[in-house]
Design a protein around this ligand. Structure first.
Ligand code: FES
Length: 114
């Protein structure tokens, strides 16, 4: 096993809306980990911070964020915990809410949206 594999840290990400959890490593963005849940409703999107489909609100925990489009997350929103999941890398266990375009599809099961 390489040293990277041995030191790779995994965090637990909790989606409050659906009460689902997934594991995400420090070098995986939150959307990539979420996609590994392998279910319908999680949009793939651009993975580049441009389309805004993966908007979430970090409720607790620490993330490292990289450049996000201000068209989708304003500075004020970012201070309130809003972020694009494809631009956030976990640095602790995370609890988040899905918001915006992703909420309807991700929360479909729980609320029975069609
Ligand atoms: S997937 Fe497009 S902004 Fe995250």
């Amino acid at each position: 096993m390489s040293q990277d594999m041995e030191t790779q840290q995994h965090w637990t990400i909790h989606i409050r809306d659906t009460d689902e959890q997934y594991s995400c490593s420090t070098d995986q963005h939150l959307l990539k980990g979420m996609l590994q849940l392998g279910r319908k409703g999680i949009p793939s999107g651009c993975h580049g911070g441009g389309c805004g489909v993966c908007k979430v609100r970090i409720v607790s925990g620490d993330v490292e964020t990289i450049t996000m489009s201000r068209a989708h997350v304003s500075e004020e929103e970012q201070q309130q915990g809003f972020a694009l999941a494809c631009r956030c890398f976990p640095r602790s266990d995370i609890s988040l809410d899905v918001v915006g375009k992703m909420q309807k599809t991700v929360c479909k099961r729980r609320y029975g949206f069609v």
